[in-house]
Ligand binder design. Sequence first.
Ligand code: ADP
Length: 322
Amino acid sequence: MRFFSTVYLILLLYTIAALMFWGVSLQKQNTRILEQEVLILRSTVDSVQHPALYNTRMQLLQNKYEMRVKQYYGEGSTFLLVILIGAAVVWSSFRKSIHLSRQKNNFMLSVTHELKSPIAAIKLNLQTLEKHQLDAAKRSSLIERCIKEANRLNDLCNNMLFASQIEGRQYVASKEIINFSELVEDAVRDYAQRYPRPFEEDINVDCKLNGDRVMLGLAINNLLENAVKYSPPDKPIVVELTEKNNCILLCVKDEGAGIPNDEKKKIFDKFYRVGNEGSRKSKGTGLGLYLTCKIIGQHKGKITVKDNLPHGSNFEVSLPMS
Ligand code: ADP
């Protein structure tokens, strides 16, 4: 990065310096042309005998000289502007690609960890089941843990698969009338079974919309997964579903640390995760909200994040009703 920046800066300065040099040279040449033309004029027209003609010709030469000066300045500044705009575009795409490649690296590290840890946990639980004669309660607890880890793997694979399909425009969203209230209720029930922590539901409406069941299910799961991941296990997760202005409004509220204002827009970017790999406690891929935002966008809806008072996050999804 530093090497590229130095070479880039040197090249840019060289180009600007070369432009200046040619500008100054042209201007010198211009002055010399004027001097030559004045000499020729003096030798061909006598200023004492024909002062009017001499003055007109002289004025013409002056005008030509000024025209050339204007032309040099005009073209020079256009070139300079083009060079500066080009340099800014190159610099910003370079920075973007460096940023993306860093995020991809982080993503690979996170994905490797995310894939390996559930696999290791499942393997360990199955080996314990195979080697030891355990009582029924212990067996079912180990099997439950295996299912939980398998669900985590499933969610992660779904996110990765859909992200690549959405990007490659390979996924064709199916449109059907779905009962969104039921979809949310099922997801909350599933999460309440997976995680022994308080979930509060406020779903009194029967909302239907035209959309893709799998995609919308994935979006709801991502919001619940984040609420679980980024808030303490003893704090409730509140899921509200209401109707407003012919729109369905889904709120997923948690009482975690919340999201700083300057990060609120960035968290919907691909691979974006708040903080850095060293300081982060929770693991993830930075794909969940990116995908959720895409899915909601495909359904002509909007997703925003607000502060949940007194603390935590409140993800609000609004979707047009069918
Ligand atoms: P992941 O959770 O895999 O890192 P996401 O795209 O789902 O990726 O989220 C992006 C980032 O947004 C997360 O890394 C986290 O820092 C932040 N975030 C998402 N949801 C919450 C939440 N409910 N509370 C606090 N931070 C959150």
